[in-house]
Design a protein around this ligand. Structure first.
Ligand code: J2J
Length: 540
């Protein structure tokens, strides 16, 4: 129907033909990948968490039961299913079950709350949710219930663990025959970092995504002996696919699910499971480096620490090998596609001083000035990308597509980068107005809209402020409504009450009587934010 279009992702015929010809797109589905690994080595361990140790064969058996169970509930191939599952082994049978049934996961983060989930559900036309009962002290069942009350199209809530009166994941049993799944179809919807307003939905096909993690696994030299630990929430594109858990499974490696990324948790798992590679955001890398000298755990199995999601400064990058005894790999990627890696054998100055180069020889990268003309080599400019695993458009969002894609299909990343010889990129900053808070992208506009809903807020502008630990933190400049004198804790509590992810609550609130601005006429919010930001930084 018009309201709920089936997600699609369409490349022009000539490019699609080239990507197939070059062997990037191999006509494989997620289900094919899992079945192939099971055929190769059914008894090898695939996934480990605190409670479960499953072989590849176990994983396929569980996924097959789940797939049949989903379809027996009445879900139809092509239906969207919100998946809000933390880092537990069950993530895999849950999502491989969806893939085998031709259902389309919509990945939510464990941090998302009803406001975000309702948006994802409505925008995707979701018909079910898969959740865990509780994780790290939070009960996801009442949250799912709230979402369902708002979006009645959600016919089923499927719960891993104690299901109460919902459907128990473990009760799903093989039923109807599984459908033929088209490898060029959209396999899932990923959530965008949200540069303007609400998060957009990113349609990724089997063909394109499998290429991205297969090639990533090669770049990271994963083999059947590798052990990949998911430290960041697995719904993030980075731990999911760069090479992430899927790249690890593609390589026949073992995946270890860390329930949280704290140094103690991560280090004990590295020692216990012999983890060889994992990925973190810069603030976590700093915490791990600080904790490493005093840890009782043996970290010697760790060969590669990937750092990405936000800029890792060269001084910190240079300390990775001395403190953790492993190779650093910088990763500059985006859920929309393009991913860059420093290569494991790159010279030290490339590894510490750049954010890597693209995965594919067919990644097309443009670096343009404000007029859309290419900048001279080595000069900073706007990064645009097109290629065999970069999307051509968001799901069900013509306005965002008009803004974010050029007529010839390049994605405007919003990042300002410069290119060094060899194609290595150095991230210089960003054109858009989001806050990259420890790798979580938060849209300024989205926070402003929440604040404006408070009766004591006349106007609000949210900006990013450099933060020694987080990289950036959010600062809300607020003009109180006449006759009111709101306080910061009240506004923060108000935002929490609106049911948003905690990382969106402003770190800091500054009350100002007015927005003095030199911008005239229809005041551009971007100009306003830039002025407030520099005023704050200059402590005027
Ligand atoms: C500076 N900025 C970076 C880096 C991402 C791998 C790794 C990360 C992501 C990710 C991902 C950066 N230095 N090393 O999806 O597969 C900022 C840029 C980029 C935005 C994308 C992956 N690595 N960034 O972070 O979709 O601004 O993906 O455009 O969450 O993060 O955010 P996201």
């Amino acid at each position: 129907t018009q309201a709920h279009p089936v997600p699609q992702q369409i490349w022009p015929d000539d490019l699609a033909a080239r990507y197939r010809e070059k062997g990037y797109w191999r006509g494989e589905t997620f289900g094919d990948v899992l079945r192939a690994r099971v055929a190769d080595h059914p008894d090898r361990l695939a996934v480990v968490d605190d409670r479960n140790r499953w072989t590849y064969a176990d994983l396929l058996a569980r996924a097959t039961s789940a797939a049949g169970g989903y379809l027996s509930l009445g879900l139809k191939p092509g239906d969207r299913v919100i998946v809000q599952v933390p880092n537990i082994a069950h993530f895999f049978p849950a999502v491989f079950g969806l893939f085998l049934a031709g259902l389309v996961p919509v990945y939510a983060l464990p941090a998302h709350r009803q406001t975000e989930l309702i948006h994802f559900a409505k925008r995707s036309g979701a018909r079910a949710m898969v959740i865990a009962d509780r994780h790290e002290g939070f009960d996801y069942r009442p949250l799912a219930r709230l979402v369902q009350a708002e979006v009645p199209d959600i016919a089923h809530i499927i719960v891993i663990g104690d299901a109460g009166d919902h459907v128990a994941f473990d009760s799903l049993r093989a039923g109807p025959a599984l459908p033929q799944v088209d490898p060029s179809a959209v396999a899932f919807l990923q959530i965008s970092g949200g540069s303007t307003g609400l998060s957009k939905l990113i349609p990724r096909t089997h063909d394109d995504y499998i290429y991205s993690f297969r090639a990533s696994a090669e770049i990271c030299r994963l083999t059947g002996d590798s052990v990949y630990m998911a430290a960041l929430p697995v719904a993030h594109n980075f731990p999911m696919s760069s090479p992430g858990v899927f790249g690890a499974l593609h390589a026949g490696a073992r995946v270890v699910m860390a329930p949280n990324p704290a140094a103690e948790t991560a280090f004990s798992l590295i020692a216990r499971e012999g983890v060889t590679i994992t990925g973190v955001v810069p603030p976590l890398a700093l915490l791990w480096m600080a904790a490493a000298p005093r840890t009782p755990h043996d970290l010697s199995s760790l060969q590669v620490l990937q750092v990405g999601g936000a800029k890792f400064i060269p001084e910190a990058a240079a300390r990775v090998r001395p403190t953790l005894g492993c190779t650093l790999q910088q990763v500059f990627g985006m859920a929309e596609g393009l991913v860059n890696y420093t290569r494991l054998d790159d010279p030290e100055e490339i590894i510490t001083g750049t954010q890597g180069r693209p995965i594919s020889p067919d990644d097309e990268v443009l670096i343009l000035d404000d007029n859309g003309d290419p900048v001279p080599e080595g000069e900073p400019g706007h990064l645009l990308a097109r290629g065999p695993y970069t999307i051509r458009g968001y799901h069900n969002d013509p306005a965002a597509n008009a803004r974010s894609f050029t007529p010839d299909g390049f994605y405007r990343t919003g990042d300002i980068v410069k290119r060094l010889p060899g194609g290595y990129l150095v991230v210089q900053g960003r054109a858009g107005d989001h806050i990259n808070r420890a790798g979580e992208k938060v849209s300024a506009e989205e926070i402003e809209d929440h604040l404006l809903a408070h009766p004591a807020v006349f106007d609000a502008a949210v900006v990013s402020i450099p933060d020694e630990f987080l990289g950036e933190r959010s600062c809300a400049f607020v003009i109180p409504a006449e006759g009111t004198s709101p306080r910061a804790p009240e506004l923060k509590a108000f935002m929490r009450g609106r049911g948003v992810a905690e990382f969106k609550v402003p770190d800091q609130v500054v009350f100002v009587p007015e927005f003095r601005t030199t911008a005239v006429g229809k005041v551009s919010r971007n100009v306003l934010r830039a002025e407030l930001r520099s005023r704050y930084l200059n402590k005027e």
